[in-house]
Design a binder for this molecule. Structure first.
Ligand SMILES: *Cc1c(COP(=O)(O)O)cnc(C)c1O
Length: 398
């Protein structure tokens, strides 16, 4: 036996003081979600069946859909993308991957790994979506599946044309797969009304649940294709027909992430209780208040107003301040985390779920202003904080 002395324990906890997570995810969790996450039970049996049944119902509300084909899964948001793609795509499929950034490209890459014929349709998320270019392409070529992202967290832009794009794709016979990982629970997402065939999100971000459990829904049409498919999906864990065993027939597929499902249940319950409309207004007010404060601090916002994502706000630092220095100072001196962005100079502040609480936004803006000053860039901290007061009063600041 190797002695414990060979592996000396740290003298004090590695997690002495909690950091306020104001980055692009994960995000803080409400106390009742944490509490639910501390519970364990058998993953099969009457009690779990009821939990699953209620998660399915509450997810329908969150996704704004009547489809019964709702599933949870163990894994990150990317796993939900794998599940969406892997159940619809095979080597004979023709896929159109619409992308304006990192997460759009991720679905392109996933579709390619299934050896499908994949066409990449790139656009600059800052500009209006090129609907005419898409219309022309769809006239010329047939696609079984179109993938796209609602809120592109990497560039902090939203695609306001999602409904129009989906309608166009549907007219041309394609199934529409949508990544709503950062928009669900923060922004309006209407699965049925917008004719989305497969929609997925992650338990974290907008739902403020735990990382590692995701949600996905298939429309009746998409589910019909899953049931009638003639190929075997490559992923065993994310095979929707196998997942239906657990999610719809209360039988064993793999051991479900029980704690995570309890946490997700509580997070969905909180969303239901708050209602989507109140929640969306809370997010919009908070995010716009923050955007206003960043402008007051003399920072440049990354996205133009028409395509600006509220769920994650991107901004640039003034010349002379290095992003890593600012991130480090906020973390060490103020115990607040914000995010860089995949190697670009963009910095990102999350406005998802619990991040959209006045006390968190005030604390962040105050710390950001002090940090800018410390790093040699004087700002009007009071004016920035004042631009947030409307936020705490719940009024529309912009
Ligand atoms: C965070 C995010 C993902 C990835 O989620 P993971 O849980 O990290 O796999 C996918 N798409 C978007 C739009 C995201 O914001």
């Amino acid at each position: 036996m190797i002695s414990a002395h060979a592996f000396p324990a740290l003298e004090k906890s590695f997690f002495p003081q909690e950091t306020l997570l104001m980055g692009a995810g994960p995000v803080p969790q409400p106390p009742s979600v944490r509490q639910a996450n501390s519970r364990i039970a058998s993953h099969l049996g009457e009690r779990m069946n009821e939990v699953i049944r209620q998660i399915r119902i509450m997810t329908r509300y969150a996704f704004q859909t009547t489809t019964p084909w709702i599933f949870g899964l163990s894994g990150p948001g990317s796993a939900a993308a794998e599940m969406a793609i892997g159940n619809l795509i095979h080597s004979q499929s023709k896929v159109l991957a619409i992308s304006s950034g990192h997460f759009g490209l991720r679905m392109y890459e996933m579709a390619r790994r299934h050896q499908a014929t994949v066409t990449l349709f790139e656009f600059d998320g800052r500009d209006a979506f090129p609907l005419e270019r898409l219309r022309e392409l769809l006239k010329q070529q047939f696609f079984h599946v179109v993938t796209l992202v609602h809120g592109e967290t990497s560039s902090t832009t939203i695609n306001p044309e999602l409904a129009a794009i989906a309608a166009l794709c549907k007219q041309h016979g394609a199934l529409v797969v949508v990544d709503a990982v950062c928009t669900l629970g923060t922004t309006e997402v209407l699965m049925d009304e917008w004719q989305l065939d497969v929609l997925f999100c992650w338990g974290q971000k907008g739902l403020s649940s735990i990382p590692g459990v995701s949600l996905i829904a298939f429309s009746a049409e998409a589910w019909g294709q899953v049931v009638q498919r003639t190929f075997t999906p490559r992923h065993w864990c994310y095979d929707a027909l196998l997942a239906a065993e657990f999610w719809h027939h209360h039988r064993y597929h793999y051991t479900a992430p029980v704690n995570g499902l309890f946490a997700l249940h509580e997070a969905l319950r909180l969303l239901n209780a708050e209602t989507l409309s109140v929640r969306i207004i809370r997010h919009r007010n908070s995010s716009r208040g923050l955007q206003h404060a960043l402008l007051q601090l003399g920072l440049a916002l990354a996205a133009p107003e028409v395509t600006r994502l509220n769920a994650v706000v991107g901004f640039f630092l003034p010349a002379g301040i290095a992003s890593p220095d600012l991130i480090e100072h906020l973390l060490v001196e103020h115990k607040i985390e914000i995010s860089a962005s995949f190697g670009s100079p963009l910095l990102r502040i999350g406005q998802m779920g619990e991040q959209c609480r006045a006390e968190n936004v005030f604390r962040l803006v105050n710390a950001l202003a002090l940090t800018l000053e410390t790093l040699g860039h004087p700002v009007d901290r009071v004016a920035a904080l004042e631009s947030l007061t409307l936020l705490s009063e719940g009024a529309m600041p912009l």
